[in-house]
Ligand binder design. Structure first.
Ligand code: MCA
Ligand code: AMP
Length: 500
């Protein structure tokens, strides 16, 4: 296992840091091996058993992740605040052998799982370390859930080989070294936080400082210590950091700008980085942000260069070890300058969706993974043009399915039908908007938004609603979502006029 082998060389270096404590690579190895022994109990190998983690980003999260990998199990990180209906679906889909929670979360999970499967890390305290199984690279190590074009989220099966290929590609491209220190402010259930930040840092002997939740002031305070060398985040986080910067007085702004001077690299990805945000960041930091593009199923695909021109509005060139091409609707490769769908191949690319052979087959064409993203090559740089499927929404860097939200809204007792679109937002990239046809007169915008709070995880929750007699439809009766989007845009303009 790549990370474990690497860690052995860095035993005395600091792997992880939080506000109160540090964990060396040696301690991480020792604690994860001891926990692995506890998880194995009398077995020699967990043979692909799924172990769900509902732990927030923390030392315990990483110890558990490494422990599961060393048992031959599959690590399945989920958000620690999943609404109950989602949790029920996920537990049924994953069929875990164990669910690891923090003490406080026991009651949330117990209604959906056998009591003997729900554990805390402390349940596995043991002093005796067993011989751990040797794990071949082709075995799965993680299941990461991602929203798709069909209703429910799908588990993306990632093997140790996929993980190693994704890490080594980024180590090479972005010049990670053991002198680096990075700051993790992203959740640890997506590739961005797990692979690009945490795993790359740990594979390089660098230090990863963990903030369990994003807080703009805390990030600025961290930059002011001037020891963070590498920072990666989604555009929403940069927008929120800029919001904070604009809010403080000029004197403070000078200090914050100076604090950025020690950063050697700032990376943005997971959603489009606007040219205005690129410019604002460059103005205060003197850094040209490096924008890259990737996907849960593939890891990172394209990146602007570490050295050389980082082009505003573009996502650069294929990363080491990644083969990509642009194709037309007939899957024919197209010429530079012509837009086409991004297709990807490489050791980092996943091999299957968990227990969904049909969807797996449909997502590949002759061995190439079809991303559903449109791009064009211009003077050697790729630029993204959007998605083929308009029912996929990216909000705050999270991928969300409009169809999944519609299905949940239709469960509302006063809603007859629902149609979900997104509109542009300067902070969130896109925001979720729901149009609904009422079943009763009791329905109001406020009641929809209020009801949604318990039903959706924060990023899936509709932020605007419209109650309508019927949706705009074409002559086949299909909802014209572009017209709905326009209605929400007009509503949003009216609201912002009212606020000024
Ligand atoms: C939260 N709020 C929102 C949204 N989310 N409003 C509109 N749209 C949203 N999406 C509201 C809340 O209701 C609340 O409002 C207020 O904002 C603060 O909410 P909170 O949850 O505290 O927000 P936050 O902690 O500031 O979260 C913003 C965040 C988070 C840090 C940007 O969304 C995040 O971690 N995003 C990154 C996800 C990620 O890692 N993506 C990578 C996946 P009120 O106060 O009124 O209640 S993509 C990937 O991995 C691929 C491979 C790739 O390419 O990277
Ligand atoms: P996910 O499925 O959550 O892994 O999200 C992957 C999707 O995020 C991609 O298919 C793209 O649509 C989008 N994405 C990732 N990076 C970028 C970027 N730099 N610019 C625009 N979209 C991006």
């Amino acid at each position: 296992m790549y990370l474990i082998e690497k860690a052995e060389k860095f035993a005395n270096r600091i792997a992880l840091e939080n506000d109160n404590d540090v964990l060396t690579y040696g301690q991480l190895l020792e604690q994860s091996q001891s926990l692995a022994s506890g998880l194995l109990k009398d077995k020699d190998d967990l043979e692909g058993n799924r172990i769900i983690s509902l732990l927030p980003p923390s030392f315990d999260y990483v110890v558990l992740q490494w422990a599961v990998w060393q048992t031959g199990g599959i690590f399945v990180p989920l958000p620690d605040q999943v609404p109950s209906d989602d949790l029920r679906f996920l537990i049924e889909d994953i069929e875990p052998s164990t669910i690891i929670v923090e003490n406080e979360s026991l009651d949330t999970v117990l209604p959906f799982a056998d009591r003997d499967k729900v554990k805390t890390i402390d349940d596995y305290n043991t002093d005796s370390v067993k011989d751990l199984p040797s794990i071949t690279n082709d075995r799965p190590c993680m299941l990461l859930y991602t929203s798709g074009t069909t209703g429910k989220p799908k588990g993306v099966v990632i093997s140790h080989l996929n993980l190693e290929a994704q890490i080594t590609s980024l180590q090479e491209a972005w010049g990670w070294t053991k002198q680096d220190k990075t700051l993790l402010t992203l959740p640890l259930y997506h590739v961005h936080g797990i692979v690009n930040i945490l795993c790359c840092s740990l594979a390089s002997g660098a230090t990863c400082k963990i903030h369990s939740r994003f807080d703009p002031q805390a990030v600025w305070n961290e930059f002011r210590k001037e020891d963070i060398s590498l920072f990666m985040a989604v555009p929403t986080i940069y927008a929120k950091l800029m919001e904070w910067f604009d809010y403080v007085d000029t004197n403070e702004q000078l200090k914050l700008a100076k604090a950025l001077s020690n950063l050697r690299l700032t990376v943005s990805g997971s959603a489009p980085l606007s040219t205005s945000l690129f410019d604002q960041w460059s103005k205060i930091s003197g850094h040209k942000m490096l924008e890259r593009y990737g996907m849960t199923e593939t890891g990172m695909i394209l990146s602007n260069p570490l050295y050389g021109e980082r082009r505003k509005g573009a996502v650069g060139q294929p990363l080491p070890g990644v083969s990509m091409k642009l194709v037309d609707e007939q899957h024919q490769e197209i010429a530079p300058g012509v837009p086409g769908e991004v297709m990807v191949k490489g050791k980092g690319v996943f091999s299957e969706y968990w227990r969904r052979p049909g969807e797996t087959r449909a997502s590949f064409h002759k061995g190439w993974f079809q991303t559903g993203d449109l791009s064009v090559e211009e003077d050697g740089y790729y630029r993204l043009l959007g998605r083929l499927n308009q029912d996929i929404i990216k909000t705050g860097g999270h991928k969300v399915s409009a169809l999944e939200i519609e299905e949940v809204l239709r469960e509302h007792p006063d809603i007859n039908d629902a149609s979900v679109v997104s509109i542009h937002d300067n902070i969130w990239g896109e925001i979720v908007c729901a149009a609904v046809i009422p079943r009763t007169e009791l329905l109001s915008d406020d009641s929809i938004l209020e009801w949604s709070k318990d039903k959706f995880i924060t990023h899936k929750r509709p932020r605007k609603s419209l109650i309508m007699n019927d949706f705009p439809r074409n002559n086949l009766g299909k909802v014209i979502k572009s017209d709905l989007r326009e209605m929400f845009e007009k509503l949003s303009e009216l609201e912002s006029d009212d606020n000024t």
